[in-house]
Design a protein around this ligand. Structure first.
Ligand code: GDP
Length: 215
C-alpha cells in the first residue's frame, strides 16, 4: 500500500516522542558490535550525498548529530543513536555514485543484510532520496530488502528547495506512482517532500518516526 496520508494529524501520543536529546551510541562495522536487540529502532538509509545526515540533524533538532560530509561515501559503519532508553535511530551507510568498487559494495551489502536479517526491534526504514535523482539502484535495493523483511518504508524526497513547487509536486506524484506499481504488493510505503535547507516536511517526518516508535 502506498500513500502519503496518515502522517499528519496523528494522535497526541504519537507526537510525544522527544528526539531533541538524541545522542550517538556507536558505529558498528560488524554485527557483533550492534547494540542489544531490544526496544524499538527506526533506520534511515540513503545513497551517499542524498542529504541523509542533514535530514537526521533537522528531524532530531540536534545540530551536528550526523555528520554532513563534503566527501560522498565516507561512512562505512552503521551508526546507532540513543533517542531514549526504549528507542534508537540507526543511520545506515550509503554508498556513492555508479563506480563503487565491488569489494566496498559487497561489504556494504553483507553488513546491511546482516542488520536486516535478524533485527527484531526494527520498526521501519526511512529512505532519503535526492528529489532530482529518485529511485536509484541503491534505493531500489533498499526497497527490496524492506519488502523481504516486511518493513514499512517512508521516502523523503529531499532537497525539494532545488525544484519549483510545481516540479516538486510532479516528482512526488511520479515517485509515488512508481512505488505503487513496483513495490505496492509487498511494502507499505509513504512518500513526502522534504528540505533540510528550508526545513519543510519536518513535522511530517517526525510524525512517522513517532508512529513507528510508539509502544
Ligand atoms: P549524506 O551524504 O546523504 O549524509 O548527505 P549530506 O546531508 O551530507 O548532504 C550532502 C550535501 O547536500 C551537503 O552539501 C548538504 O549541505 C546538501 N544538502 C543536504 N540537504 C539539503 C537540502 O535539503 N537542500 C539543499 N539545497 N542542500 C542540501
Amino acid at each position: 500500500m502506498v500513500t502519503n496520508k496518515g502522517s499528519a494529524g496523528e494522535s497526541a501520543s504519537t507526537a510525544a516522542i522527544d528526539l531533541r536529546h538524541t545522542t550517538f551510541i556507536l558505529g558498528a562495522a560488524h554485527p557483533k558490535q550492534f547494540p542489544a536487540d531490544s526496544g524499538w529502532e527506526v533506520a534511515i538509509a540513503g545513497r551517499s550525498n542524498a542529504g541523509k545526515s542533514s535530514a537526521i540533524n533537522i528531524i532530531t533538532g540536534v545540530r551536528g548529530l550526523a555528520r554532513v560530509s563534503k566527501t560522498p561515501g565516507r561512512t562505512r559503519e552503521i551508526n546507532f543513536f540513543h533517542v531514549d532508553p526504549l528507542r534508537r535511530l540507526v543511520d545506515l551507510p550509503g554508498y556513492g555514485y555508479a563506480r563503487v568498487p565491488v569489494p566496498v559494495r559487497q561489504a556494504w551489502q553483507r553488513l546491511i543484510e546482516n542488520y536486516f536479517a535478524d533485527r527484531r526491534c526494527l520498526r521501519g526504514v526511512v529512505v532519503v532520496m535526492d528529489c532530482r535523482h529518485p529511485l536509484t539502484d541503491f534505493d531500489q535495493q533498499m526497497l527490496l530488502w524492506c519488502g523481504h523483511a516486511r518493513l514499512p518504508v517512508h521516502v523523503l524526497l529531499t532537497k525539494a528547495d532545488k525544484l519549483s513547487r510545481g516540479a516538486a509536486a510532479a516528482v512526488l506524484h511520479k515517485v509515488r506512482g512508481r512505488l505503487v506499481q513496483e513495490y505496492g504488493e509487498t511494502v507499505s510505503v509513504t512518500v513526502q517532500l522534504f528540505s533540510s535547507l528550508k526545513r519543510t516536511g519536518v513535522a511530517e517526518a517526525q510524525q512517522i518516526l513517532a508512529k513507528w516508535m510508539e509502544f
